[in-house]
Ligand binder design. Structure first.
Ligand code: T46
Length: 135
């Protein structure tokens, strides 16, 4: 499984750092939605679903968290702890976010508006669809 991480270019000077993200330039899709997770309770695992079509970039802009990616055949854990790195997650990937630091802010840029119909929340169904897509 290939993990795709984007390294964003900081515009740093003696005042500090600034990162600007533009659609189709720094982010490989039109950004239709941005949301972020914060104040995540200790020990919580979020996500536990895949999507049908959604593409997303996850950036832990403060603190740290881990993301488990599962394509139905292989699993990988990715640590996000830098505000200048973005993890690309395609729809067909089961994802779980866990090990949030107390101060973690996980920002997500998404290619589609929120649509509950796009979620695959049943793991066995996800495995079926992933196997079908590989055939
Ligand atoms: C994903 C991971 C990384 C909305 O109303 N609008 C939104 O855009 C989102 C994302 C959520 N919601 C509502 C739906 C639920 O009532 O917020 C509540 C929590 O959402 P959810 O349980 O889906 O959150 P996570 O952290 O499990 O998953 C989210 C995204 O839903 C998902 O697409 O890939 O973050």
């Amino acid at each position: 499984m290939q993990v795709i991480k984007y390294m964003f270019q900081p515009h740093g000077d003696d005042r500090g750092q600034l990162i600007a993200l533009e659609e189709l330039k720094d982010i490989p899709f039109h950004i239709k939605r941005v949301y972020y997770l914060y104040d995540t309770a200790k020990g919580v695992v979020r996500g536990k679903h895949a999507h049908r079509n959604l593409e997303q970039i996850l950036v832990c802009i403060h603190g740290s968290c881990k993301v488990r990616l599962d394509n139905g055949e292989e699993k990988k854990v990715v640590l996000l702890e830098k505000p200048y790195e973005g993890l690309y997650v395609a729809g067909n990937m089961w994802r779980e976010m866990f090990d949030f630091s107390e101060d973690a802010v996980l920002m997500v840029m998404a290619s589609q508006l929120y649509d509950e119909e796009d979620y695959i929340r049943d793991y066995d169904r996800f495995l079926e669809l992933a196997a079908k897509a590989r055939r």
